[in-house]
Each structure stands twice: as C-alpha cells, then as structure tokens.
Design a protein around this ligand. Structure first.
Ligand SMILES: [Zn+2]
Ligand SMILES: [Zn+2]
Length: 326
C-alpha cells in the first residue's frame, strides 16, 4: 500500500508514483448514516472515484450513492467529463445522481452505464422508475449537460482509458454486477453488494467462492467488497442480500488479491465497531485467515497470521475520504 488515510492512521498522503488513484467517496450501505457515531468512517453511501495517475481529476466513477456529492470538489470547479458505472439500481447506489453538481451543469459530459435489464427496459427508463415525479422533481432527462444512458451486458468494455469487465453476482432484487477495472498495470475489483450464500454455504458457511467472484478478483491489487455483515450475523441476515467481512477476506485470499477493503458498512455499524472490525483483520489479528481450504476439506482454522505472511492480503476497513494509490 502506498498510502491510505485511514482512521487513526498516518493521515492523507499523495500516492506518488501510483498508476491509478482510488478515492472512497462513500462506503456506507443501504442508507446514509449521519451522526457523531459515524464521523470517522463516514455516512455517505456507495461511490468510488478513479483517476489516472497523470490526471488530477477522476474520469471513472463506480456507483452514484450519496457519496457522489464528494466527487464535485475533486473536480476543482470543472465539469465532470467521464463515465459512471452502476453496479445496480438500489437507492444507496443512485441517490447521489441528481446532487452531483459537477455532472449537472451545461458543460458536463457524462456516460452512465448500468446493468442491462433482463426485461429489456432501456437504461433511462429503468433509472426513471426511481427518479422521476412523484418520487423526485426531475427524471434523468432533466439533468443538465450531455448525458448518455446505456445498458451494459456482462463482458468487457473500454471506458475512459480503462478496461472494465462486468460480471453478474448474486445479490437481492435486480441484476447486480461486480466490476474489474484495469489500466493495463493496476487492477481494482469492486463488488459492493454481494450475497454469495444464494449459491450455497461454501466452505465456511459464509457463501460460495463462485467463479464470477474469483475471476473478477484474481490477482487484483485492490478488492473493494461488501462487508455489511459479521460472520455471526449471516444465518439471520444473509437473506437481505449481503456478505460477511470474513467472506470478503476469504475471497481476497483465495483469489490472490493484494489488498482487501471492507466496505458497504451496515448503517448502524458505529466507528467504534468498525475499529473493532479493523483490529480483527489487522495482520496477526484473530480473524486473519491462515490459509484456504483445499477442495473437499473443511475450512482452515482461523488463527493469527504473521504480519506479512506470503499470500495473505492486507485487509482494512474502508473509510470515506480515503485515497489509495495502486
Ligand atoms: Zn448497496
Ligand atoms: Zn443493493
């Protein structure tokens, strides 16, 4: 890791020499969490902005939760000219759209892509079902600037100098993608909403490590993954469509990720509770995985992994405002 201004960490640094910069604009799941208990990890919902190293401003944005408002200051008074990729259309991934001032201005140029709807409905029509009167004062066509709305089938596209692979992952209520984004040197994997227990219990009872998740994550520099649940909450709450933090760490380990960012935090998960999660997944912590189970064998026992253990990804809890160089 070249830099990360995590809570209690060393403060924001410029990720000099990074090929790609990742800016965490919103890491909360389901609904925003304002209030004093949520200041350090932040209350805005899902949004990640990505810059090329040689550019000061983001050109690719993953999800448009309320965290999208934080992308406007990153543009330093200029219009957004780039692409927004939505993983799916749940509120916590789209509610920032009409409040994105850098995108809602006459000189903006925005391509917004979302999973192709199985019904065949157009992207703009699907978006308008949640964003139009009487639910909201304007529809997608009311956004100022040059907006293009497109449906994305699973597969590979080029966008803003990145190669993006979209794969469908199990969630709940509407087609949902995970994305693998590469500039040819660095790779980012983004799977903020994921319910792997839909496909079976998997080796640890936390869900299957299925091909789409493994392929998207294989050898990635950074996996940003759903950590809505704790392992103990899975039996009662997995039906809501989410994954446990332990599954995210396990996926990173099995797929050879270098780093895992635990994200899409439960709205009620306080800063103190997320600090505790961070301690559990710190190198040598009690949740650090000691190794993958071989096929057909029971899961490897959980135990301290030595700091720097080969093959064990660095796992941390994502915080709003964090900047990471890949
Ligand atoms: Zn979500
Ligand atoms: Zn969702």
């Amino acid at each position: 890791m070249r830099s990360w201004n995590c809570p209690g960490g060393t403060g924001a640094k410029t990720p000099a020499g990074a090929d790609v910069r990742v800016l965490f604009c919103g890491v909360r799941g389901s609904t925003p969490s304002p209030g004093p208990e949520f200041i350090r990890y932040g209350g805005h919902t899902s949004c990640v902005a990505i810059c090329h190293d040689d550019a000061a401003r983001p050109v690719l944005i993953l999800d448009a939760g309320t965290g999208l408002r934080r992308a406007t200051p990153l543009l330093d008074g200029r219009p957004f000219e780039g692409t927004i990729l939505l993983t799916h259309l749940h509120w916590d991934h789209v509610h920032g759209l009409p409040f994105f001032r850098a995108g809602d201005r006459d000189d903006a140029r925005v391509t917004l892509l979302l999973p192709a709807q199985e019904s065949g409905e157009s992207a703009a029509a699907a978006l308008a079902r949640g964003m139009s009167p009487p639910h909201f004062p304007i529809g997608p066509e009311g956004l100022r600037g040059d907006w293009t709305f497109g449906s994305l089938p699973p597969g590979q596209i080029k966008a803003e100098g990145f190669t993006v692979e979209a794969r469908e992952v199990p969630h709940k209520g509407g087609r949902t993608y995970g994305y693998r984004v590469s500039d040819g040197h660095s790779v980012l994997t983004y799977i903020p909403d994921h319910c792997p227990t839909v496909l079976g219990p998997g080796p640890e009872g936390l869900g299957e490590y299925h091909p789409a998740a493994l392929d998207l994550t294989a050898g990635t520099d950074l996996l940003i993954h759903d950590a809505f649940l704790l392992a103990g909450e899975v039996p009662a709450e997995a039906a809501f469509g989410h994954a446990a933090a332990d599954y995210a760490a396990g996926l990173g380990l099995r797929a050879g990720a270098r780093r895992v960012a635990l994200a899409h935090h439960k709205p009620d998960r306080t800063d103190d509770e997320l600090d505790e999660m961070a301690r559990r997944f710190a190198p040598g912590g009690p949740a650090a995985p000691s190794g993958p189970a071989a096929p057909g064998e029971p899961a490897a026992p959980r135990g301290p992994a030595a700091p720097g253990t080969a093959g064990v990804p660095e796992t941390f809890v994502a915080a709003e405002g964090g900047i990471l160089g890949l």
